[in-house]
Design a protein around this ligand. Structure first.
Ligand SMILES: Cc1cc2nc3c(=O)[nH]c(=O)nc-3n(C[C@H](O)[C@H](O)[C@H](O)COP(=O)(O)OP(=O)(O)OC[C@H]3O[C@@H](n4cnc5c(N)ncnc54)[C@H](O)[C@@H]3O)c2cc1C
Ligand code: SF4
Length: 494
């Protein structure tokens, strides 16, 4: 409920003089506590100076009172634009309505009808360009904090043992899912809810894809959040076999012809890193962001007691400006290095989420913009000792619509660094396509699959996520997994 004070609409819950609200007022700045309908209820975060030295989660999320207060900002639009902005079409006003009522278990059931990974999405989805980007509240003020509400509901459900509901009847048909990232988990979860017998085959020793090996602990806790959401998918009846590299341990044809799978979904992601091709890139101390993050996240190299070493570095250059670059930079910072982001365009063109850039700056990452490496310099033992760079300026827009960076003549300089992390994007690994007859790929090695239901050029085989689009987002991969589950269901119901 909202009332007007001095021409400002205020959430009534912000004005209640209960003990908990008093406590909240003491705990936080009073001005922030007033839930002005034009502004999001602020979310608590670890202090930037403290978090720059640890791997604990940066954002602390809403508590129930804050979530209920933020939920009152949603006006439950009839033709809710926010749903149109969500690739898995969560009934956003529906779950927010339940949060308003304080019925968080019901809110969770509404979300889990559409999403298998709400605690993940509430943390890492680019809501500003999706649901929140379309929220009607955003026209005059700040959009409803849909992501933080989703995160609160999912965390509450996990802490209170609430699980998604499974299928009542079994279909008696087997589906193999390759890869346990967001695309595979979503496809598997949806198929299990429809009654299919689903097995996920995962190459690594832990399921989760980029959620476990790429996105760092301080943005997405592995055991507390990702492992628990994977448990929820398993609780629907999905089996997960790890250490199975499809294309080497077994082929898709063998799965279908010898092991009795009626259909296959490929959600194998885009894990092959790209490099610049400049001299010195093979030097000791040069990493792809994927390797660097995998050592830290999956192999726990940041932990002193881990067996997997990581190059800590004193001065680290991260080349690139996307989310992956921010993650690698913030990881290196936490490992004790001075870290520079080296990006050839300006701040405006940085592809990373605004929130990630903001967090990186707060923590002390140095941004060397309009700068491009030309050569990695090494010492007599072959270790990185510096990186030659040139300064850039922006010219006319290129095919991507962004202004093309142009070298400023005579601007070459040497940056003294001992570690270089290349974060220039990734492409799909060709292992599966090269071992599966009749599976077409495009010139970028992405699997060709039709958009609506993920059917590939091989009968009974569907695909989605980064393996089809190239590196994209968690929620787009989940949307593709959902679409393919519908496609597989239609195919097996013929
Ligand atoms: C560091 C980093 C940070 C990111 N941050 C964000 C973010 O904040 N927000 C966001 O929305 N997106 C982010 N992304 C992108 C997002 O994580 C991906 O788009 C998403 O994970 C793609 O999901 P997927 O299921 O298609 O593939 P993946 O998550 O890559 O999963 C594919 C799985 O398939 C397995 N696999 C591959 N080949 C085989 C095989 N032959 N046999 C068996 N298994 C196989 C892999 O081991 C992996 O587990 C980030 C990506 C990275 C790398
Ligand atoms: S668009 Fe915004 S205000 Fe409208 S239903 Fe969605 S979240 Fe609520």
């Amino acid at each position: 409920m909202k009332i007007k004070i001095f021409n400002r609409e205020i959430c009534v819950c912000a004005l209640l003089d209960t003990n908990s609200v008093k406590y909240e007022r003491q705990r936080r700045n009073e001005e922030k506590m007033e839930a002005d309908v034009l502004k999001k209820v602020p979310v608590r975060e670890q202090d930037a100076k403290v978090r720059a030295t640890n791997f604990e989660e940066v954002c602390l999320g809403y508590d129930k009172e804050e979530a209920m207060c933020e939920a009152t900002r949603c006006i439950n639009c009839k033709n809710a634009q926010c749903i149109k902005g969500c690739p898995v079409a969560i009934n956003i006003p529906g779950f927010i309505e339940k949060v308003k009522e304080g019925d968080i278990a019901a809110a969770y059931q509404v979300i889990s009808e559409a999403s298998a990974l709400p605690a993940v999405c509430g943390r890492v989805c680019p809501q500003e360009s999706q649901c929140e980007g379309k929220c009607i509240r955003g026209i005059k003020g700040e959009p409803v904090s849909i992501g933080k509400l989703e995160r609160f509901v999912a965390d509450w459900a996990r802490e209170n043992g609430v699980k998604p509901e499974g299928a009542a009847e079994k279909k008696g048909k087997k589906v193999a899912v390759i890869g346990s990232g967001p695309a595979g988990l979503t496809c598997a979860g949806d198929l299990a809810k429809m009654g299919y017998d689903v097995t996920i085959f995962e190459a690594l020793h832990e399921p989760g894809g980029v959620l476990v090996y790429g996105i760092p602990e301080f943005r997405l806790p592995k055991q507390a959040v990702v492992a628990k959401e994977i448990e929820n998918v398993k609780s629907l009846g999905v089996k997960i076999e790890t250490n199975v590299v499809v294309g080497k341990s077994v082929t898709i044809d063998e799965l279908m012809e010898d092991e009795g799978f009626d259909a296959v979904f490929i959600g194998s992601g885009a894990g092959l890193p790209k490099f610049m091709g400049i001299p010195g890139e093979q030097a000791l101390g040069v990493f792809s962001a994927n390797e660097y993050l995998t050592r830290s996240n999956l192999m726990k190299a940041f932990d002193e007691s881990s067996n997997t070493p990581i190059m800590r570095g004193n001065k680290v250059a991260v080349v690139g400006g996307g989310n992956v670059a921010m993650d690698a930079a913030r990881t290196a910072l936490r490992l004790g290095a001075e870290v520079h982001i080296v990006y050839r365009r300006s701040e405006e063109e940085l592809p990373a989420r605004v929130e990630e850039v903001h967090h990186a700056k707060e923590e002390g990452i140095i941004f060397d913009l309009l700068t491009n490496p030309t050569e990695i310099v090494t010492d007599e033992n072959g270790w990185v000792s510096g990186m030659k760079c040139v300064r850039m300026e922006l010219g006319e827009p290129d095919a991507s619509g962004r202004r093309r960076p142009v070298v400023i003549e005579g601007s070459e300089f040497l940056m003294e660094v001992d570690t270089v992390i290349m974060s220039l994007g990734t492409s799909p690994n060709p292992l599966i396509s090269s071992t599966t007859k009749g599976l077409e790929v495009n010139k970028h090695k992405c699997i060709v699959a039709e958009e609506d239901f993920g059917a590939t050029t091989k009968e009974g085989v569907y695909a989605g996520g980064d393996a089809v689009t190239g590196a994209a987002t968690v929620i787009l991969a989940m949307g593709a997994g959902k679409a393919a589950a519908k496609g597989i269901d239609a195919y097996l119901s013929k």
